[in-house]
Unconditional design. Structure first.
Length: 291
């Protein structure tokens, strides 16, 4: 008989990581563009979103090329269209510096440490860090969890056969070739989990419950086309429906939405609002760590 488990699906940027969002705020972004060398190539915050991030997001978040390569490619196109082409080495160095700083400023917030550590020790729970992100994010997230002595593996690594599988699994859209709102993402998740947990039984019977904690892009910078309330609400609806259709049962969803006033205020107010939301999410997840 297949052992019942609880599946937790948790987002990264905007949920586990607040600093990722703060990095993209205009004041911070302008300083990062200056430090990386992108500003010297004519890139302002507005140009960064419009000319570099938006044109490259689909490829960057759905392929193994990575943030640095995609950013460098669109930076080269921008420079050429502007009539100020730069040497390839200069463009790559600036893109690499910016991408490195971006990930350096993308930690898992300490407010999550107790909850994630507890989930990692729960015998009846598997945590799926499900993220629409660039290819570099998979190793980055694994490193952050490892620093807290939490073991993890990429979803598409070899299936496990151990009695106690790795409690945290990283499902990154760049690895899977599909975003979380698409059925293809969850079909790949299902195929991988079947190898680890199904021993001749029905896949839909292995989960006693599914929990989702995600901001669905709600907390993203307003200049980022991925964010916005309307898109986030549609993404929440689609994601929950796809999870139910492919994995079953119907998931319980915690919308990690930070109110607009707190995001606009920033600083201490935003941090306090975020930490309060982490506490609420931790209470929502409490059943996942129960034996």
């Amino acid at each position: 008989m297949t052992r019942k488990i609880k599946l937790l699906v948790i987002d990264f940027a905007g949920t586990l990581s607040l600093e990722t969002l703060l990095f993209g705020q205009d004041e911070n972004l302008a300083a990062e563009l200056e430090c990386s060398g992108l500003a010297a190539l004519g890139v302002s915050p507005g140009i960064f979103w419009k000319e570099l991030v938006l044109p490259g997001w689909e490829e960057g978040s759905l392929t193994a090329r990575g943030y640095t390569a995609v950013l460098a490619e669109h930076l080269c196109v921008f420079a050429q269209n502007r009539g100020t082409p730069a040497p390839e080495a200069v463009i790559h160095a600036a893109a690499s510096s910016f991408a490195e700083s971006y990930f350096t400023h993308s930690p898992v917030e300490n407010a999550w440490k107790e909850t994630l550590t507890r989930l990692a020790a729960a015998p009846g729970a598997i945590t799926l860090i499900a993220t629409d992100h660039y290819a570099e994010a998979t190793a980055h997230i694994r490193g952050l969890l490892s620093a807290w002595n939490i073991s993890s593996r990429p979803l598409l690594s070899a299936a496990e056969t151990a009695v106690r599988p790795t409690p945290f699994i990283i499902a990154n859209s760049a690895d899977l070739g599909a975003h979380k709102a698409a059925a293809a993402f969850w079909k790949t998740v299902k195929a991988s989990l079947e190898k680890s947990f199904c021993r001749g039984g029905c896949f839909q019977e292995i989960f006693s419950a599914i929990y989702i904690v995600d901001d669905f892009g709600f907390n993203e910078n307003a200049a980022d086309a991925y964010g916005g309330q309307e898109k986030a609400l549609r993404r929440r609806e689609k994601t929950a429906a796809r999870v139910k259709d492919v994995l079953g049962p119907e998931p319980e969803v915690f919308s990690f939405f930070l109110e607009g006033r707190a995001r606009a205020a920033g600083g201490k107010i935003l941090r306090e609002t975020y930490n309060a939301m982490v506490c609420r999410a931790s209470e929502f997840l409490a059943p996942c760590s129960a034996s």
